[in-house]
Ligand binder design. Structure first.
Ligand SMILES: [Zn+2]
Length: 448
């Protein structure tokens, strides 16, 4: 029997997909008009139905009419993951039935666990907007529909894992005719490439989607062992970056690779185009500001914190939300012709200094300098375990290199920390990923 609800969402998705593959090329003023209309609508909604905004806008002596464009989003104070973690309910709309929403859980690069409530319209709109980057993929594989996609993600079978859950939600709530639906294979990111490669080859995906670090691991394995490898026509990654060596390997194999910028608080923020420089930001839905420590907007081209407003999700309204990432705007127009502005994300973002009980501070980047040119070390992660204890995890693939490497690194750590902390070096097979699939180089105190 046909469900009216599913029919509604099927039509909603179809309607929202119209024009999306060319949206990024629209005139800037049209995109700005869409964005500002969405700002006015969500602020009015938030003022009426979201406790935090009703109180905050009133406390500022303002009303919904004072929010006419994205510039006005600088009026409310900045939010960050800890505000969301402490009192999530004050950001939720009282007029939207929580049972019809999806909960996305994340710890992300900040390491602060939090839950984001997303409504069905936001999820379907997000799926439709995916057409902007999907058009790059489908061009590369020369198939619009019915392709095979392998997805390497953390714990795909566990209820918390976002990517498969969102896919399942869409499938369960709308009709996807056979031949249009994407055939997907999920692989757990904690599995080693040696174990999953036969399965991946058997599935023969057109597209491979993964975390950046998972692609590194896969391509390192394929290069080192010359294992059989079915070449997908295109790859894309998110959550963390791929190493330059992986970009080179894929270029040599003729496999184009793209990246997307995503977060649970703002799903599809941006995507990389065929120019491979920065992310085109979907500013009609996720207007961004780059701000300094005091929340002031910095001039284009200067690096600062990424503050996003999600104009799509009405179930939990998050405006001027500090994602914990650092980036700068690329001022030049993109040679690809897309008008959506480009963001240059600083990898290994939001790194704080390590503060020790003696008062000494050490910048983690000083530690990264120790590895420059050290070919034996493939990956590393510095963990501030307890106030005066530092642990360094190292991935050194060749056992013979571990002894000399350990001596070098121990010596460098002693020089850096002197008597202010005890340090230890551990060799591991892989660096653990955060819940959001990010591989962090530095884990600050209190976030393990
Ligand atoms: Zn471009």
């Amino acid at each position: 029997m046909i469900s009216l609800d599913r029919l509604y969402w099927t039509l909603f998705l179809a309607a929202n997909m119209v024009g999306q593959s060319r949206y990024a090329f629209r005139p800037t003023r049209r995109i700005a008009a869409d964005r500002d209309r969405a700002v006015r609508r969500i602020v009015l909604h938030a003022f009426r139905h979201v406790p935090y905004y009703r109180d905050t806008i009133r406390a500022l002596g303002l009303g919904p009419d004072d929010f006419r464009s994205a510039d006005d989003l600088s009026k409310p104070p900045l939010l960050d993951p800890s505000s969301l973690q402490k009192t999530p309910q004050i950001f939720c709309a009282t007029n939207i039935d929580a049972r019809r929403c999806m909960l996305l859980k994340t710890s992300g690069s900040s390491g602060v666990g939090r839950t984001v409530r997303v409504d069905a319209a936001a999820l379907f709109r997000n799926a439709a907007h995916g057409e902007r980057e999907r058009s790059l993929m489908t061009e590369a594989i020369r198939k619009r529909h019915g392709y095979r996609e392998a997805v390497i993600v953390l714990r795909p079978d566990v209820a918390e894992s976002s990517t498969p859950r969102v896919q399942r939600f869409l499938r369960d709530n709308a009709y996807f005719p056979k031949g249009i639906e994407v055939d997907r294979l999920y692989i757990d990111a904690t599995e080693s490439p040696e174990t999953y490669l036969p399965r991946l080859n058997g599935f023969a995906p057109d597209i491979l989607q993964a975390y950046g670090s998972s692609l590194d691991e896969l391509m390192d394995h394929v290069t080192a062992t010359a294992a059989d490898f079915h070449r997908p026509r295109v790859m894309y990654f998110h959550s963390d970056a791929v190493a330059p060596r992986t970009r080179e390997t894929l270029a040599a194999l003729g496999i184009p690779v793209f990246s997307t910028y995503e977060a649970c608080e703002a799903l599809k923020i941006g995507f990389e185009c065929e120019v491979h420089h920065g992310y085109h930001v979907n500013i009609d839905t996720y207007p961004l500001r780059i701000v300094d420590r005091d929340g002031r907007t910095v001039p284009a081209g200067e690096t600062g914190h990424v503050v996003v407003s999600n104009l799509s999700n009405w179930a939990m309204v998050l405006l001027t939300y500090d994602l914990g990432d650092r980036a700068k705007w690329i001022r030049e127009p993109c040679p690809c012709g897309r008008t959506l502005p480009r963001l240059d994300l600083v990898e290994g973002s939001a790194i704080d200094s390590i503060r020790l009980p003696t008062g000494k501070t050490v910048n983690p980047s000083a530690i990264y300098q120790m590895f420059v040119g050290d070919d034996a070390i493939r990956e590393h992660q510095l963990v501030h375990v307890s106030p005066s204890r530092i642990r360094l995890l190292l991935v050194v693939p060749r056992p013979a290199d571990r002894g000399p490497c350990s001596a070098r690194v121990q010596q460098a750590l002693r020089t850096l920390f002197a008597d202010a902390a005890t340090t230890e070096v551990l060799f591991v097979d892989r660096i653990p990923l955060t819940d959001g699939g990010k591989k962090r180089n530095f884990v600050p105190l209190g976030t393990t």
